[in-house]
Design a protein around this ligand. Structure first.
Ligand SMILES: [Mg+2]
Length: 247
């Protein structure tokens, strides 16, 4: 029996940082992409109030990009530095100074990092998923990442999930990304449960906020970096360091 309340009939897991140790891959890819842009910007004409310090893979990642759809992350970080860029077009390559260009630069770096470094489920996550399987509690993955299937396949876990709502679902199903609750609500619907009967598991501030705003039965903050208070402030009703604590 898991330690989850009996009322929890389904579980909705964020992927990066909850299921898989890929948050560090994303943070590294964002840093590469933003720093290349910031360096080029520093050597060219730019506004007097723009802050062109390098991207902080911990603080900037957590505050501005973690959990968000890619383009939203670009806009949020640039806004924090007083930088405005055109949206660009879908054809913008990674060297174009536009929202799309930087998003492309980040995405181009993620795939090779996943393949080179490999992906594993956190051992504590496997313990909880096994316990849920034993109890017959269905679970879904809910991620803003367009690479969700690639990552889960690399981890050998793609077949475990009863539903997948990912970055590609945002466009195909017309869903708003986190911090909007849409993706979690869609996953609960896929599993045939009301939000009040589902638990959300998230490591990002934007993600626990989505769980709170979707009125889910339980919002679990997964704290792997020591920001338990911030997770609680943004909507986590419970914070754990590792999912095995709930198995
Ligand atoms: Mg995450």
């Amino acid at each position: 029996m898991t330690q989850l309340p009996d009322a929890v009939r389904a579980c909705l897991f964020d992927m990066d940082g909850v299921l898989t140790d890929t948050a560090r891959i994303h943070a590294a890819a964002w840093k590469d992409a933003f720093d290349a842009f910031l360096t080029a910007r520093a050597g060219a004409e730019h506004g007097p109030d723009e802050d062109l310090r390098p991207f902080d893979a911990r603080a900037d990642y957590e505050a501005h990009v973690d959990g968000l759809p890619r383009e939203d992350g670009v806009r949020a970080f640039l806004a924090s530095r007083g930088i405005e860029l055109p949206e660009g077009t879908a054809d913008d390559g990674p060297d174009v100074a536009s929202v799309t260009g930087i998003a492309t630069a980040k995405n181009d770096r993620v795939g090779p990092l996943i393949d080179r470094e490999g992906v594993e489920l956190y051992p504590g996550t496997v313990v909880l998923l096994d316990a849920l399987d034993a109890e017959g509690v269905p679970y879904a993955v809910v991620s803003s990442s367009a690479n969700t299937r690639h990552v889960l396949e690399a981890a050998g876990a793609l077949g475990r999930f009863a539903a997948i709502v990912d970055g590609t679902s945002l466009a195909s199903r017309g869903l708003k990304g986190k911090p909007a609750p849409d993706t979690f609500l869609a996953a609960a619907e896929n599993l045939g449960v009301a939000p009040a009967d589902a638990a959300v598991f998230e490591d990002a501030l934007s993600g626990v906020q989505a769980g709170r705003d979707g009125h889910f039965g339980l919002v679990v903050g997964v704290d792997r970096v020591g920001h338990a208070d911030a997770l609680r402030e943004h909507g986590a009703g419970l914070v754990v360091a590792d999912l095995a604590e709930l198995a």
